[in-house]
Design a protein around this ligand. Structure first.
Ligand code: EPZ
Length: 403
């Protein structure tokens, strides 16, 4: 089973294509709706785009607008990385507050505070935010929280600032390393991505680039969990195991037999999963994006498992849907306790966000009978042909026409 390219690496990398005012050719880009929205925004700004399966060519020479269309900004929060890129190249961007997702408020205060430290004048108006800078200056920015998006946005906005900009308490996610690698391949001079301190030494221009996006560690984790929850086995290729240590550790702790060979991960699930206790943390801790997916997997475990969500304040919306299937989950604030339950019942379920929707798919695959999941546009935002991949693994799943 081949893992697709990473959504969360591809999105900021697509925004970075604004910076070179030339050609960016990307490979291994997942074919999902979040990517399509990002490309629509770039086209509205004046970019020329060629998109053919997992290859994209972006020409950002003729950008003629610095305003991100509100309707598209609302559709997808990660469009906020376009703000950093427009500030980086043009010192000018107008945008609306990005859509708060169903998983929490998701403010952008850390992004805006950082832009101001770089010399950007940030004007919060009634309906939109205006960022303009005459002269930008290098700065040492200490993030209050290791925000992935804010870390990426500072890298994009400071790329041409003469001098050294430093980010402390930077997020360490692998997607940030991928962004650094792509930017340096364009001619940028960035060091430290993957650690908590990143240095951006300003350059005066960036070249055309061709770049291959890293594998999606959350899609890989989702496929492993789907198999673990159905005591099956799977061989993943085009994966990056070193990005998934915590997820793999917890699957082993549940009793899965896992072996790794270069970009391959082999998993054999036990007859019965053991219960585990998990807390989500910033990378390299257990990823919040795997939280709901792992909870759905633990339905098959013996005894009581626990999950604590420490990154987002509202990422348990899927729990009420699992309870409809007869899953016994008790929530105390950020922590939930899941009692293993062999026989859960198929029923009609409603996806309410991307990873919560994926969790419902994993639960439905364990239930006796046919479950119907609505609002699957949430799931299609972040997974490339998930139904096809699961069918190849033996699942009986199909996407109804018109969804
Ligand atoms: C990225 O979101 C990912 N999205 C998320 O994946 C992921 O869950 C998250 O990082 C954490 O790993 C993309 O990369 C496109 P954050 P981002 O800024 O950048 C608070 C998925 O399912 N915060 O690290 O938005 C924020 O509210 C998605 O693929 C502020 O308070 O995450 C949250 O509680 C979901 N102020 C926490 O920090 C800010 O200015 C982490 O947010 C910014 C963030």
């Amino acid at each position: 089973m081949r893992v697709s390219g990473s959504k969360n690496a591809a999105l900021p990398i697509i925004a970075a294509s604004i910076l070179n005012g030339g050609l960016t050719e990307l490979h291994n880009v997942p074919n999902i709706s979040d990517i399509k929205i990002m490309l629509q925004i770039l086209e509205k700004l004046g970019c020329k785009i060629e998109h053919d399966s997992d290859k994209i060519v972006i020409n950002s020479k003729d950008i003629n607008s610095f305003e991100i269309p509100a309707d598209l900004m609302h559709k997808m929060r990660s469009s906020v990385s376009i703000v950093g890129a427009l500030i980086g190249r043009f010192k000018n961007c107008t945008f609306t507050y990005p859509g708060g997702c169903d998983i929490g408020k998701r403010p952008i205060d850390l992004h805006l505070k950082a832009f101001e430290k770089l010399g950007v004048n940030v004007r919060m108006k009634e309906t939109n935010i205006r960022c303009i800078a005459e002269e930008m200056k290098p700065s040492e920015i200490i993030l209050d929280f290791p925000s992935v998006g804010a870390t990426e946005n500072i890298m994009l906005a400071s790329i041409f600032i003469d001098g050294v900009t430093i980010i402390k308490n930077a997020a360490k996610e692998p997607e940030i390393e991928d962004l650094q690698n792509m930017l340096n391949k364009m001619g940028a001079n960035i060091k430290g991505a993957g650690s908590d301190m990143i240095e951006i030494i300003g350059v005066d221009h960036l070249e055309d680039v061709s770049y291959r996006v890293m594998p999606d560690r959350i899609e890989a984790g989702t496929l492993l969990c789907a198999v673990a929850a159905n005591n099956g086995s799977i061989k993943l290729i085009n994966a990056e195991p070193r990005h998934m240590e915590k997820t793999l550790d917890k699957l082993k702790e549940c009793g899965c037999n896992i072996s790794i060979e270069k970009d391959q991960i082999l998993l054999k699930a036990p007859e019965k999963l053991s219960n585990v206790d998990i807390e989500t943390e910033p990378y390299p801790g257990f990823p919040t994006d795997m939280q709901s997916i792992f909870v759905a997997t633990l339905i098959q475990s013996d005894g009581i498992s626990s999950m604590e969500e420490n990154i987002f304040e509202n990422r348990y919306k899927y729990v009420s849907e699992l309870r409809k299937m007869g899953v016994n989950i008790i929530q105390e604030e950020r922590k939930i306790k899941i009692t293993g339950e062999k026989n859960i019942k198929a029923t009609n379920l409603k996806a309410m966000d991307l990873r919560g929707g994926a969790a419902l798919v994993i639960a439905a695959l364990q239930a006796k009978g046919i479950s119907e999941i609505s609002n699957i546009e949430y799931i299609l935002r972040g997974y490339d042909k998930l139904d096809e991949k699961l069918r190849k693994l033996g699942a009986k799943i199909k996407v109804e026409e018109g969804e």
